[in-house]
Design a binder for this molecule. Structure first.
Ligand SMILES: [Zn+2]
Length: 80
């Protein structure tokens, strides 16, 4: 039962990794003429985010998903 749950959670984490990769977040251009891109979900610019998850807005979907995934990963690591 616990093994099945771990497999299910690992499957879920791999789907999250495909859509919300740890290494980079989805971006979009800020505006015409602005050289920078921003987070697709919270509109904070890439330089302001500076590769730090906590620099995304609190409500950012990318941040929320990554924080949730990292919380779950801690439990998975505890089980092994
Ligand atoms: Zn964001």
């Amino acid at each position: 039962m616990k093994k099945d749950l771990n497999i299910a959670i690992n499957n879920l984490l791999s789907v999250i990794e495909q859509h919300f990769p740890r290494e980079y977040f989805p971006t979009k251009p800020i505006a015409r003429g602005n050289p920078y891109d921003c987070c697709k979900y919270c509109d904070v610019s890439v330089p302001e985010i500076n590769s730090k998850l906590h620099n995304h807005e609190d409500y950012c979907l990318y941040r929320k998903i990554r924080e949730a995934a990292e919380e779950v990963e801690i439990y998975i690591l505890d089980e092994t």
